[in-house]
Design a protein around this ligand. Structure first.
Ligand code: PGA
Length: 256
């Protein structure tokens, strides 16, 4: 069984290099205890370089960004190229996060970003998820379309660099009333794999990791990773607290 992937999405936090150093130091200490879990940190772009230095060469904690531009380079004021992210030593990029979608990213834009990120040699953590769940399962069409359009023209061979994060939007952030249930996750992860199997076949679809995200915490990590069968977690708020992130790593570590 592969190591569970525990990805910390720091969002627009913290506000200083000093706080960045404190979080990275704390996570390094925790991660060193749990060798059977794979931690990945996704700080804001501006802190990727220093996070890389703080993690040190040859460290086992992965590093990622929270977004990238769909163009390789050029006249895009305020944007960050996938190549810049790669050249700073990061290996991952989160794309299609619901907060980026709310800021204007369509499935088509996300598709262009996915292709550029893969060209740059990054692994893509593609977020999908519905805003609302209806009892008739219509929301699955939204997830199906997010996958089909965002991954259009991605070569089969490139799926080795694709990770899906299923994040129901209603479960994300401080205003969320609850996380999904492990059964809900399992059901939707199955749907995601079924959709991917149209391109990859059943065996290929099983190889794509599917993470859960949305109020993931030390309290529910075991449910999702064990009962729900998630290949990992995309963790927002709890990733800013090394002790909580460490507890999640501990749980992931125990499941291998
Ligand atoms: P949360 O964020 O864990 O704070 O709900 C998750 C995410 O948006 O990736």
């Amino acid at each position: 069984m592969a190591k569970k992937l525990i990805v910390g999405n720091w969002k627009m936090n913290p506000l200083s290099s000093r706080e960045t150093a404190a979080i990275v130091k704390g996570v390094k200490k925790e991660s060193a205890k749990y060798k059977n879990a794979q931690a990945v940190l996704c700080p804001p772009h501006i802190f990727i370089g220093e996070t890389k230095k703080l993690l040190g060469a040859g460290g086992k904690i992965g590093l990622g960004a929270q977004d990238c531009h769909f163009e390789r380079e050029g006249a895009q004021t305020g944007s960050t190229s996938a190549y810049m992210i790669r050249n700073l030593g990061a290996q991952y990029v989160i794309l299609g996060h619901s907060e980026r979608r709310a800021a204007g990213d369509t499935n088509e834009i996300i598709n262009a970003k996915v292709k550029q990120a893969l060209k740059a040699g990054l692994k893509v953590i593609l977020c999908v998820g519905e805003k609302e769940r209806d009892e008739h399962g219509k929301y699955l069409e939204i997830i199906g379309e997010q996958l089909a359009v965002s991954l259009a023209e991605v070569a089969k061979s490139q799926y080795a660099n694709i990770i899906i994060a299923y994040e129901p939007v209603w479960a994300i952030g401080a205003q969320a009333t609850s996380a999904d249930s492990p059964e809900g996750f399992e059901h939707n992860a199955l749907f995601i794999r079924k959709t991917l199997s149209k391109v990859l076949g059943n065996k290929g679809a099983l190889k794509v990791p599917v993470l859960y995200g949305g109020s993931a915490s030390p309290k529910n990590a075991r449910e999702f990773l064990d009962q729900g069968g998630a290949d990992g977690l995309l963790v927002g708020r709890a990733s800013l607290e090394p002790s909580k992130f460490g507890e999640i790593l501990k749980i992931a570590n125990s499941l291998i």
